[in-house]
Write a protein that binds this ligand. Structure first.
Ligand SMILES: [Zn+2]
Length: 449
């Protein structure tokens, strides 16, 4: 890509990073690249990993049967349990001596999921993170505070190497230590932050208590991910700061953060399709769905050497947006993920997602994004309670105002999910703050008889 690209790419306000070149490939060229890589990765998996060989043999498919991208539907799906069942190294397609990094899920229930990277995989990961930051308008000269957790979790190191390769100044502060985060943000002239959106709302709140006005800081971008979040949450964050809040998507099973990201148009997340091939399926029938239709996202890694993942069912509900984006990128977008089938809970026979409650809650003026959903069972009947923190200003308000607010929240939730929740307004700072992924749902139904 030559320098003249700089002036012709709309939506890019800070020039062009060469790593972003594949974002703009002509569609036909991108499809050719994907097919070549798909055939290579499927052959690699078949030849080196017994799990894939057995799965394909059971369906009577060989790597040579892949003649078009559409032939991918002949391959079996993978689910999270396949990664658990092969613990720890059963899915590796490279000799251990070629693997330079392992990450693992937290494994709160049973064995964790282990993921592996060759040196080449780490380079690809850094490049998709560079492309992610560049899509959010970040560049050399930015000061990026990386508040994702460093360690076995992929968030911290994934963002770290990408931000360094971008040429930004990286502050590897990791999660937690909130007062120090705010001091450093202020003293080091931080221009962008990476963390979970729920943790950032906590930073906003704590900054207010410390007398730091986030609108007076040079902070102008937030790259938020690792948990689903709503447009209501985005409005809350953008109203309290001068940042643009961008959604970044990824999962450890595929590579970590950097599978997809919003560009400056904030209209869906571009998937780095030259490395991750997206499909949408009907989660019940597993049939492939057309562009635009909502279903479960299925991803295939097209270039991962150490641990190829083929047709992985992410449990994330979205749709592929095939229309061109105003930013000029040709890689397709997915709609923001508001729902993960893993997060869904069923109450009185109704499927409910925490994001529906968040959307209803944040549609009401005077509410905060600090809430918790509590499920209990009394006399055989499920009860749904939503605890919502009041702002300090409201807390000092007269009782009638509070009752009216409670009523409005109850109605908004009932309109959204069709169930009447027991809405309880609680004092400021009484719901536990998370330094990583927020725990929105407390299901106490099995704790009671
Ligand atoms: Zn775009």
């Amino acid at each position: 890509m030559n320098g003249t690209m700089m002036s012709v790419i709309p939506g890019e306000t800070h020039g062009f990073h060469p790593a972003s070149t594949p974002d703009y490939l002509p569609a036909a060229q991108l499809r050719d690249l994907q097919l070549g890589r798909l055939r290579g990765i499927v052959r690699r998996a078949y030849e080196n990993v017994a799990y894939f060989r057995k799965g394909m043999q059971a369906r009577g498919v060989t790597p040579g049967d892949l003649r078009t991208l559409g032939d991918i539907v002949q391959l079996p799906f993978m689910v999270k349990n396949d990664l658990r069942d092969t613990y720890p190294f059963g899915l590796f397609a490279s000799p251990l001596s070629d693997i330079v990094r392992l990450h693992a899920s937290s494994g709160t229930t049973g064995k964790p999921i282990v993921v592996a990277y060759t040196r080449e995989d780490i380079a690809v990961w850094a490049s998709v993170m560079v492309r992610s930051f560049a899509a959010c308008g970040l560049h050399q000269g930015d000061v990026i505070q990386n508040a994702y957790g460093y360690g076995l979790f992929t968030g911290g190191l994934g963002a770290h190497y990408g931000a360094e390769e971008l040429g930004a100044m990286v502050i590897p502060i990791s999660g937690g230590n909130t007062d120090r985060q705010i001091m450093i943000m202020k003293d080091f002239g931080v221009t962008a932050i990476c963390c979970t959106p729920s943790y950032f709302t906590h930073l906003i709140e704590r900054a207010g208590e410390l007398g730091v006005n986030m609108k007076e800081l040079p902070l102008r971008a937030g790259v938020f991910g690792a948990e689903p979040w709503t447009d209501g949450m985005r409005r809350h964050i953008e109203a309290h700061t001068n940042i643009k809040a961008y959604d970044i998507y990824g999962l450890s099973e595929i590579i970590g953060p950097g599978v997809g990201v919003e560009c400056q148009c904030q209209a869906g997340l571009h998937i780095f399709e030259d490395h991750f091939y997206p499909e949408i399926i009907d989660p019940e029938t597993c049939e492939p769905l057309a562009d635009g239709a909502e279903g479960e996202l299925v991803l295939t890694t097209l270039s991962k050497q150490a641990m190829p993942v083929i047709r992985y069912r992410t449990r994330d509900i979205t749709a592929i947006l095939a229309e061109p984006c105003a930013c000029g990128r040709t890689i397709r977008r997915i709609r923001r993920i508001g729902r993960r089938s893993d997060d869904m809970f069923i109450i009185r026979g109704v499927n409910v997602f925490p994001s529906q409650i968040e959307t209803a809650l944040l549609s009401i003026d005077g509410t905060t994004p600090h809430y918790q959903i509590v499920l209990t069972r009394a006399h055989g009947l499920d009860e749904l309670a939503v605890r919502v923190e009041m702002t300090p200003a409201l807390f000092s308000d007269k009782i009638s105002g509070l009752e009216e607010l409670q009523q409005r929240i109850t109605q908004a939730i009932e309109r959204t999910i069709g169930i009447r929740a027991d809405v309880r307004l609680v004092e400021p700072n009484t719901i536990a703050r998370s330094e990583g992924k927020a725990k929105r749902v407390l299901d106490q139904r099995n704790m009671e008889s």
